[in-house]
Design a protein around this ligand. Structure first.
Ligand SMILES: CSC[C@H]1O[C@H](OP(=O)(O)O)[C@H](O)[C@@H]1O
Length: 366
């Protein structure tokens, strides 16, 4: 896993008071700068500016944000609501905030005083952080084995794999090694990665800036490409599988992820290439029935029009939705969902936390 000189996210009780400390991802790869968020408003600002980003890490940030409000003796339910609403698409953010709010509320209901309840909140945030790190390792194993033993096993002994990824899904989005990028890293460590194609991922360049940063530091063979170049790689037969993360997976398996993911799914289906979504179960939202129900964050025109005439208008959705029928498999820490549909999603949500066995719905340990 990428060892950052500055931790991706950590809690401090430093003399000047409790705070969430973040590796500021808007300044990577040029600078590894630490951002101190000593209150909820500053953490919300960091979330909205993508100084901290990526669904699983947003869940962890939301969790610590509620713990911060508790430590400061503030209104915890109000803080949880503000944090959960900071960005609408990644379900993890609200999950993390509400989970810690619930732990804090139960402690108070049981008679805990403010300090004791704040300690419970912090412990719950730390537990979520640790669970996500463990989930990263399991997803990496399941995804690697799915690629090498199942999907592309007939290529055993043949050439190594050419994997394409979009946006950034490594340790910068996680309490551990990440999601989709962690699978690519595991394939590399199995000495089976020929090339990681890295979509630059406009407009904020999470691929060119952040995935390239992680691939460089982890020693993966990678090439950055403009998003529009992916089609020609598929047409030339130079992509063996697509690996992407997720921000919200609906009950029917529809998946919201960084804008540009849906076109990749169409390209993959047209060219008969496996399209894998890699995400922890905390990214699945059974309360969202289908892709149409997923709120897509619309971001500022300025992110797109930096090189356009002053005043140019823009269409800047941060995410798009890939329908379940275009997803080959969803790789979670509890196992692999395939075929992707309501039954498989329900099965993985009810599966034991690790070591899930094959289910009647096709879920399998890859
Ligand atoms: C595995 S979560 C990473 C996920 O988050 C990214 O969005 P953003 O950079 O706007 O937080 C993108 O959707 C990635 O796939």
């Amino acid at each position: 896993m990428t060892d950052h000189s500055v931790p991706v996210l950590r809690w401090t009780d430093a003399p000047e008071g409790p705070a969430v400390l973040l590796l500021d991802q808007t300044r990577l790869p040029a600078e590894e700068a630490e951002l101190r968020c000593g209150d909820v408003p500053s953490l919300v600002s960091a979330i909205r500016s993508l100084a901290v980003r990526g669904a699983p890490l947003l869940g962890i940030a939301g969790a610590y944000g509620v713990a911060l409000a508790a430590a400061r003796g503030e209104d915890v339910p109000k803080a949880a609501g503000v944090l959960a609403g900071a960005r609408p698409t990644a379900v993890n953010l609200g999950y993390g905030a509400r989970r810690v709010e619930g732990a804090h509320g139960r402690a108070v209901a049981e008679g805990a005083g403010p300090e004791a309840a704040a300690a419970v909140a912090l412990a719950e945030a730390r537990a979520l952080h640790a669970e996500d790190a463990e989930a990263s390792d399991r997803m990496a194993e399941h995804g690697r084995d799915l690629l090498l033993n199942t999907l592309l096993g007939d290529r055993r002994g043949a050439r190594d794999l050419r994997l394409l990824t979009h946006c950034n899904t490594g340790s910068l989005v996680s309490g551990g090694g990440g999601t989709a990028f962690a699978v690519a890293r595991a394939v590399h460590r199995a000495e089976r990665l020929e090339r990681l194609w890295v979509d630059e991922t406009r407009p904020l360049l999470q691929g060119a800036r952040l995935t390239a940063f992680e691939a460089e530091r982890d020693g993966l063979p990678y090439s950055v490409l403009v998003d529009g170049a992916a089609g020609s790689l598929f047409a030339a037969g130079r992509v063996d599988a697509v690996l992407i993360g997720a921000d919200r997976i609906a009950a029917d398996g529809s998946t919201a992820n960084k804008v540009g993911s849906f076109p990749l799914a169409v390209l993959a289906r047209h060219h008969g290439v496996p399209f894998l979504v890699v995400a922890p179960v905390t990214t699945i939202d059974p309360e969202t029935p289908d892709g149409a129900a997923i709120e897509i964050e619309q971001r500022s025109a300025e992110e797109v029009t930096a090189n356009a005439p002053k005043g140019a208008e823009a269409y800047n959705p941060a995410f798009d939705v890939t329908p379940a029928e275009l997803v080959t498999a969803i790789v979670t820490e509890r196992g692999v969902v395939s075929p992707v549909g309501r039954d498989g999603i329900a099965a993985v949500c009810s599966a034991p936390p690790t070591g899930a066995s094959r289910s009647r719905n096709g879920m399998m340990n890859s």
